[in-house]
Write a protein that binds this ligand. Structure first.
Ligand code: SF4
Length: 678
């Protein structure tokens, strides 16, 4: 007789489950399980032997290293061999992917590492990794890449390939572990385990594609995924956090990491959405409805408490925009924290888990709201000194005021640091990681870690950089700036027709200049980036930038076309950058500014630099970096704003920029003409 003992921790009770087996049946079961395991283990070992042998034999796939490439490869190898962190600013064209992946594979071949994790901020980055690895496969490498894609995009039910039963259970979860070994054995060692490959195997074995990808995690040599699978407290993968494997973490486009991490460690609870969630539970889930209503009341009480509170730790009404009153509360000490809200949020999650215990699911329409409650509880348990509570009360003119409570993370460095320590070696790289002190502080990198700033592999003569200080694009001056901008764009485009991108700080300003431009120059093929554009609209926009075409594209700085997009050759011969890319002034940016003001005696610049000028500069440099992508490219960058002459920016421009200041439109035209004629 075998007995399984289930312990219910909440009830403090045990539930035995007994079943009788014959000795022979148990013996047979054990032998079969062992035989299966041995077979799997042999297959796995054979694959690893091939990976290690092929990684050792691998040579650099190009005849020569480009300028800076060898330096990056050597520094990466040393860091991954010895452990620690490396921060690298590697300008466009160095070939960051191969220069980091190749030494990481060599370190893996020599037994210094057991698994590589490559993070990208955008889909386009994942594509580059796959293409790079394919070129190494063609050279004999046997390494297996696993690409993790979001559950929503891979879910077979979402794609209409299966549907949940009446109890809300997906058929692909039933008997999952019975069919998993076959699928796993089939996938092990596949060169590229992409979402497409996973979907095909999942269909064949009737498995959940997303869960199958997670089950392949321990067996993949190289895992490629988004930042959130490593850093987000809600979705990070435990299989990438256990210490059983010696892992390397390669973080591409690392300039995005601090802002992405701040979002991951921030969360908003909305009273309006909470009330809607309670209404969705009416009738079907009364117990859950009551606990959600209690949360709504707790948010109410928190707001009332703020309104009457005179304690000095509550900093009072700070701003009043969008018809909202805003309170900012320090969360440094426990007595200022919204404890009743936290207790009520915990209670909601407890009720949900009780429902699950009875095989009842919460209504599907509250899933997104529930995720925010999970995030709230998760963050609230691990608040850092850089968290503040922002409470907003919107005056709608009715008794039903919307109230929002946001736990806002002003700096996620301490969280990032903890996660870096789970990896043997961490390589953070991007074309724009400057200045070093600011980057180290924002990413939580150890001060003793090396910082590598590499030169551009391209000739300065390939690119002309023209500064137009006779235009002021600050918010209050935008109406006057429009005419000047239309002229600058026209002079640049007409001086040498081809494909150009013009980057704006906001959609509103983009529209304003676009209308004026179209009125004056209706013959020019002008495209605008649309807000909330879907994948096919984006592809359509990019398709207009072909060799030989003449397209003027208006886009948003820091948006989807401002980074991570490759326009090689004549696909793009110039960018015009309107303004210094400063983030919008709002309560949250202002809190970041205040957190880093000089009274905090930081060494990385003023609060204004940290909240506005450094992030703005990163957007500018990323947008500028779209132009020259290969040795044969030539192109221009036009900086349109008087602030670009400021010493702050002058000190941070890339070393290979040779800046020409144009005092007016005529000088700009002359300078452009000289550049193109050379
Ligand atoms: S188990 Fe997988 S396929 Fe089924 S609903 Fe969930 S995510 Fe979708």
């Amino acid at each position: 007789m075998l007995q399984m003992l289930w312990h219910n921790l909440k009830e403090k009770k045990s539930y035995p489950e007994q079943q009788e087996f014959t000795w022979k049946a148990l013996e047979q079961f054990t032998l079969t399980a062992l035989a299966n395991y041995i077979q799997w283990h042999r297959q796995w070992k054979a694959h690893r032997r091939q990976v290690i042998a092929s990684a050792r034999a691998l040579t650099f796939p190009f005849p020569d290293y480009r300028q800076g490439q060898r330096q990056l490869a050597v520094a990466t190898y040393r860091c991954l061999r010895d452990g620690g962190e490396l921060v690298t600013e590697a300008p466009t064209g160095i070939g960051k992917t191969i220069s980091t992946l190749f030494p990481a594979i060599k370190a893996l071949g020599e037994g210094q590492l057991e698994q590589l994790v490559y993070l990208t901020a955008k889909n386009s980055g994942r594509q580059v990794v796959k293409e790079t690895l394919t070129s190494l496969h063609n050279k004999g490498l046997k390494l297996s890449l696993l690409e993790i894609q979001a559950r929503d995009k891979t879910c077979a039910c979402n794609l209409g390939l299966c549907s949940r039963d009446e109890g809300g259970v997906c058929p692909r979860t039933r008997g999952f572990f019975d069919r998993l070994p076959q699928a796993r054995a089939q996938l092990l060692g596949s060169p590229l385990i992409t979402p497409q490959v996973l979907a095909e195997a999942a269909d064949e074995f009737e498995l959940c594609p997303f869960e199958l990808s997670l089950q392949m995690l321990p067996w993949a040599d190289l895992v490629v995924c988004d930042f959130n699978y490593v850093f987000d407290p809600l979705v990070r993968l435990s299989a990438l956090r256990d210490h059983s494997l010696r892992r390397a973490l390669l973080v591409d486009e690392a300039h995005n990491l601090s802002s992405r991490a701040r979002e991951m460690y921030s969360v908003t609870l909305s009273r309006e959405e909470t009330r809607r969630a309670a209404a969705s539970c009416k009738g079907s889930r009364p117990q859950l409805q009551r606990s959600i209503q209690a949360l709504s009341r707790a948010i109410d009480r928190w707001v009332k408490q703020l309104k009457i509170s005179e304690t000095p730790t509550v900093s009072g009404v700070q701003f009043s925009k969008e018809n909202a009153e805003v309170w900012v509360t320090s969360l440094a000490t426990t007595e200022n924290r919204p404890a009743t809200v936290s207790r009520a949020a915990h209670k909601v999650l407890l009720t949900v888990s009780e429902l699950w215990g009875k095989s009842q699911l919460p209504p599907e329409e509250i899933n997104e709201w529930l995720k925010s409650v999970y995030r709230y509880v998760c963050i609230e348990q691990d608040l850092s000194e850089k968290h503040q509570a922002l409470t907003r009360v919107y005056d709608s003119g009715t008794p039903w005021q919307e109230q929002q409570l946001k736990l806002l993370c002003l700096n996620a460095a301490s969280y990032l640091r903890q996660i870096f320590r789970q990896f043997h070696g961490v390589i953070l790289f991007s074309a724009t990681l400057r200045p070093a002190d600011y980057i180290f502080q924002q990413l939580g990198v150890d001060n003793s870690a090396p910082y590598l700033k590499l030169p551009s592999p391209f000739l300065p003569s390939q690119q002309g950089v023209f500064l137009c200080p006779y235009v002021d694009t600050r918010y209050k001056s935008r109406n006057q700036a429009t005419e000047n901008l239309v002229e600058i764009i026209a002079r640049t485009y007409r001086g040498h027709p081809g494909n150009y991108l013009v980057f704006f700080p906001s959609y509103k300003f983009l529209q304003q200049v676009a209308v004026a431009f179209e009125q004056t120059f209706p013959d020019v093929n002008l495209l605008h980036q649309e807000p909330e554009a879907n994948d096919s609209q984006r592809a359509e926009f990019l398709a207009a930038f072909n060799e030989g075409s003449c397209t003027l594209g208006f886009a948003i700085m820091g948006g989807v076309f401002g980074e991570g997009v490759d326009f090689v050759g004549g696909k793009l011969i110039g960018t015009i950058i309107v303004g210094t890319g400063l983030p919008l002034v709002n309560e949250e940016q202002e809190l970041v500014r205040r957190a880093f003001d000089p009274e905090f005696q930081n060494t990385i610049g003023t609060g204004f630099d940290v909240a506005y000028r450094y992030p703005g500069l990163t957007r500018v440099l990323q947008a500028a970096g779209r132009v020259i992508r290969s040795e044969s490219d030539r192109g221009v960058i036009v900086l349109a704003d008087y602030r670009f002459t400021d010493r702050f920016y002058q000190a941070l421009y890339p070393e290979h920029w040779s800046l020409e200041v144009c005092s007016d439109g005529t000088v700009l035209s002359e300078s452009l003409k000289t550049f193109w004629n050379n």
